[in-house]
Design a binder for this molecule. Structure first.
Ligand code: ADP
Length: 274
């Protein structure tokens, strides 16, 4: 009899605790939604005035009627490039908060792999030339002619990986290889012969605002958001992203996505609170 009562009391306790935890979880979810909405709204409000400042700074930097001194033009160019850095940061924050709030819509369509490669070639060949690096895109013969995915988002990820590859490579080459995997998946790998990423840093570079070490941001610039956005976009496309790298030798980032956009994608991994 006594045991039965004890058991019942324990069961009541458990039920109360469960209800309290559920309430807390709902509150946290709500707070997280407010935060994402706030960031998305703020980013939008910040972009508008910044864009008009950038247009005016460009007018000055171009010095069309040649009224400005050399030094004034230099100042205008600095305003322009700092403004552009700020705009990139705002755009990254906006992207990440849209993803977190679940506001990114994936629009799959039939995408020609050749076309995608040509677009990337056009953007990155001049950058390669400027840095005196070689750049090649290799499409394996077994690849299908087209895949079904959101080409803008896929391009966004590849552009981010390629920009990083060029940014962190001083000599050698950058390569994009596209392969068909056996299981209805396509793997797109960006390989560079750059500075590489140490074993300890390989996990954290995908986290928001993380850069491999403190000196990186001073030396190379950047927001530390590109890879976390890329990882989230890869997931939204039904795929994933992974990294192989050895310090001083170079890195390979591979995004793997299904050839056909899937009906459901994996849920977002919510980082554990610290
Ligand atoms: P950002 O490049 O704006 O700093 P990312 O999220 O794109 O932000 O990258 C995070 C960090 O990962 C970089 O700061 C750099 O330390 C490291 N990283 C990314 N790509 C490479 C690469 N190809 N080679 C070496 N390090 C890299």
């Amino acid at each position: 009899e006594e045991q039965a009562q004890q058991l019942e009391a324990q069961r009541d306790d458990l039920a109360r605790t469960t209800a309290a935890v559920q309430l807390k979880a709902r509150e946290l979810e709500q707070a997280s939604q407010y935060k994402s909405d706030f960031l998305a709204n703020m980013s939008h409000e910040l972009r508008t005035p910044l864009n008009s400042s950038l247009i005016l700074a460009k007018l000055l930097a171009d010095n069309a009627d040649e009224n400005l001194t050399e030094e004034q033009v230099k100042f205008a160019k600095t305003i322009q490039s700092s403004g552009n850095d700020l705009l990139n940061l705002i755009n990254d924050i906006l992207d990440l908060s849209k993803i977190e709030a679940g506001h990114i819509e994936i629009r799959p369509e039939t995408v020609s792999i050749d076309r995608l490669a040509k677009d990337l070639e056009r953007v990155f060949q001049p950058i390669a030339k400027e840095k005196n690096l070689s750049f090649a895109i290799d499409i394996a013969p077994e690849c299908p002619a087209t895949i079904d995915t959101d080409v803008q988002r896929l391009e966004q990820v590849l552009k981010n990986l390629l920009s990083n590859a060029f940014k962190f490579t001083a000599t050698g080459k950058v390569e994009l290889t596209i392969r068909r995997l056996g299981n209805g998946q396509i793997a797109l790998s960006v390989t560079d012969t750059g500075i590489g990423i140490s074993q300890e840093q390989q996990q954290s570079v995908f986290e928001a605002f993380r850069q491999a070490d403190g000196t990186i941001s001073r030396k190379y610039g950047g927001t530390g958001l590109g890879l976390s956005i890329s990882r989230e976009l890869a997931r939204l496309l039904g795929g994933s992203i992974r990294l192989e790298s050895s310090e001083g030798q170079g890195s390979t980032f591979t995004i793997q996505i299904p050839e056909t956009y899937p009906a459901a994608v994996a849920p977002r991994e919510v980082p554990a609170a610290v």
